[in-house]
Design a protein around this ligand. Sequence first.
Ligand code: NAD
Length: 519
Amino acid sequence: TLLKQCIAAPGSVSALRFYASGSVPTTKLFINGQFVESKTSDWIDLHNPATNEVITRVPKATHDEMEAAVAGCKEAFKTWSETTILTRQQLMFKFQQLIKDNLKQIAALITKEQGKTLADAEGDVMRGLQVIEHCCSITSLQLGETLSGVAKDMDIFTYRVPLGVCAGITPFNFPAMIPLWMFPVALVCGNTSLIKPSERDPGATMMMMELVKEAGFPDGTVNVIHGAHEAVNFICDHPDIKAISFVGSDQAGQYIYERGSKNGKRVQSNMGAKNHGVIMPDANKEMALNQLCGAGFGAAGQRCMALSTAVFVGEAKTWLPELVERAQKLKVHAGSEPGADLGPLISPEAKKRVCDLIQSGVDEGAEMLLDGRNVVVPGYEKGNFVGPTILNHVQPKMKCYKEEIFGPVLLCMEADTLDEAIQVINDNAYGNGTAIFTNNGATARKFISKIDVGQVGVNVPIPVPLPMFSFTGSRGSFRGDSHFYGKQGIHFYTQTKTITQMWREDDATDTQAATAMPV
Ligand code: NAD
């Protein structure tokens, strides 16, 4: 109720328990069930990307605060890991309902801090909610294995037991979904969780902590610290943290994977992407073009599964003018405005980077079909907006192709055959997602079998798997063994304990010690 009141009333956000009062409200830490004001002197200003007004200041937590957060998680683990699985399941049911009840409020805060449209922000929360819903079936997911009678009077069985304190480090682009890939799965398996949300939009995580508390999760089962590199190093090095889940850029992901692994931790690291859509001439044209626009420009291209490169095979290239027409119709506006199709980029720096990459494409010989760099949004002139941009005749050697752009930019390439298109994609370093648009089953089947990418869509532009499966990006887009959520998520957050037991009534023949290896 408090959340609803605070968010419903414009300007009253400072009344939220995780914002302290002051001219610019500060975001609090969440330690052992309390929203705590940081004692740091080092703060990060968080701007609304549509206006560039400062809306909160995010602390870089002090060393003592981070230590207190880990100690709290470690202490909570002692009792939490011994709660019954049915208790954990019931708490997940409650949490699931609370997220549903507060979905619009969380989405509104995401739009304010991150910039995406309200409808898209609701999708962000929904996709995370589905992970919680899957966690509710933990009574099946955490089952071990058994084999009775492996020797006389002897059985072997396994348990999947929790690891301890597990940390999560999240990116700015899905402020609800990605933390929800992490802490609910960790908790439901019996771990405790330390989250360091993106310093650029931690509000959704903090709001969810209100709901964690309301659901009745014991204090310390989830703690939240804020910060940037120092907080990340702290997590990588702390001996009481057993596992790290990371989602974000390549640079940070590789670094965290190496530093965490070197310290003996389990690490799963989801990183950047360059996702290609292949458009066959036999595809349903209307559907393919609409899906390219939605997946290329939605969320202003700030999705790791955005389709950022379109490969037109054969005659499909003649559809380009119609693609441009559709992209021009998309409405660039503040995410909170009705009818907005894409909102601003996260920061002025991100906008500059995207514009520079567009220019590099032009300088290297790509053809500009649609230029969104000079878009002006009335009423939001200071926002970080870039409109849909389409570059044609892009070559693999170009900088704009080699780097992840993470903006509303669709690169277009041509191929004479499906084999040629597959080769281009397999030569790219990333393996997060790809899609083919075709009406031919044999073509689709060939694509599925030859493509070296972890998540494949057939007439589905953003093939993010539902949580009964796992998020299986591959090659340059992932480091680690077990992926996020689904069965692999449960594996990541548990270790196997294998028990070999013998129960035998008094045996008169068992009179002598045997020293040979038992078989
Ligand atoms: P980012 O790497 O800048 O930040 C992610 C987290 O890492 C943040 O919490 C940040 O504080 C920390 N961090 C940033 N730089 C660091 C450094 N040098 N050393 C240590 N820690 C650092 O990522 P972002 O800009 O917030 O997110 C966008 C990126 O995330 C894109 O590359 C996108 O493709 C990727 N992403 C990948 C997936 C996926 O599942 N593969 C999903 C979403 C986003």
